[in-house]
Design a binder for this molecule. Sequence first.
Ligand code: GLN
Length: 538
Amino acid sequence: MTKYIFVTGGVTSSLGKGIISASLAKLLQARGYRVTIQKFDPYINIDPGTLNPYEHGECYVTEDGAETDLDLGHYERFLNVPTSQANNITTGRIYQNVINKEREGAYLGKTVQVIPHITDEIKRNVRILGQDNKYDIVITELGGTVGDIESLPYIEAVRQLRWELGSSSLVIHLTLIPFLAAAGELKTKPTQHSVKMLLEYGIQPDILVCRTEHHLSVDIRKKIALFCNVNINAVIESIDASTIYDVPLLMLKEQLDHIVLGKLKLPHKNEPDLESWKDFLGRLKNPTAEVTIGLVGKYVELPDAYKSIIESFIHAGAKNECKVIVRCVHSESINAENVADRFKGLHGVLVAPGFGSRGIDGKIEAIQYVRENNVPFFGICLGMQCAVIEYGRNVLGLIDAHSTEINEETPNPVISMMEEQKKIKNKGGTMRLGSYTCDLKKGTKAAAIYGKLQITERHRHRYEFNNDYLEQYEKSGMVASGINPDNNLVEIIELKNHPFFVAGQFHPELKSTVDNPHPLFVNFVAASLSHSKKGLNK
Ligand code: GLN
């Protein structure tokens, strides 16, 4: 029978429930359990797909094309197992399902209410992942902080599920133990209050994970245990770490997995096998070289907007035993006069995905510079589209080449909207989303990098390379090295006479994990490393 773990948060947001959930899942997986993680988000949007990155950071796309919370990226990076739509549910989706059922007449004349109808729908979505014996353990993370009005139906659903599932479930409460510098002390009161609030809602947490900047003494642990009705060994210290990838080992040291298995009455099986994880950490922490890579985008003030790209560089750096310093360059700040100066000291440049016209000119300038100066270049989605526009304008002489996303009237629409997109009016969930197959051309860089001729990658866009121009581009040296076999869409372009100039219409950053660093990132970092060794661009 599947076991369920619920993770709630107290005191403040941003304590890292996603990382704690992913770390626990990693430890349980490393002991041989099949684990998945689910996140409930208490906002009314159906999914984060329509949210501005400034609001919500990156939108993470799953294999099945769900637009989801960026925590799902952490789950995949830690577990190396794909997630799906079922792993991220918002309040909007819960209500939408209930309202649709009401319209179908499924409630037989009853008054539809938060309890039981909304809570039943939440419970149904928790249990969906436990069906078909796919997982031994389902970890469900509740977004928000205990006490938020929006979280109440979720907390109530967890109360009911705890009652129904008994010892097949447990609750982990993640809380903060602040350090008051003036008093020179760690303070437990906020934790006591947040546990008290959970108790008011009828939930006794089984385990407390305490975020802290300083080690918890035995006395502090005893005090927390006493006031919050948990065993002292269930008071887990979660001290600030230098990298999120340390957290599984810190949780192992605190025996979080051991305590969880004991409470769920599951056999401990083997000690967790974390050899490859430790090997990764060893490489990450002992780099033998260093490269600086420019990340050109328009959300650079907010690194969460590019979360998966930044994590992919960490994986690729470790693989190359090289520290990757990512220097963000605001695309709006780049122009023909300052680009050489702005890119001084960069050994490679990645042009980021994005939407709309803001910062486009800077991206195009950036690409012209790296193309002409042989600086390794990697373009993702909008980054690839800008590379096509730049090449059209400056090499093919199509001076007004553009994407119809930016200029609908351009005489040379080298990037244009896909036919099937033209009739779509709604914005939510209507892009080309999720995993698609791509055939790689023999003898190209892409084929060498992937080491095979067919791949799948995840997409999120409406515009595409316009195949009317393909022949012209290929003749002059920009090769379409990846093509979708079902509809002939160009998925990868590369330049023949350049050390590394590769760009994809898809999002490789969504598939890079600790166990499986993405080959495009690994090779781009390697190319940047050899560029740095040439001593150019100082
Ligand atoms: N705005 C572009 C499109 O919709 C690129 C999207 C992206 O970079 N994810 O095609």
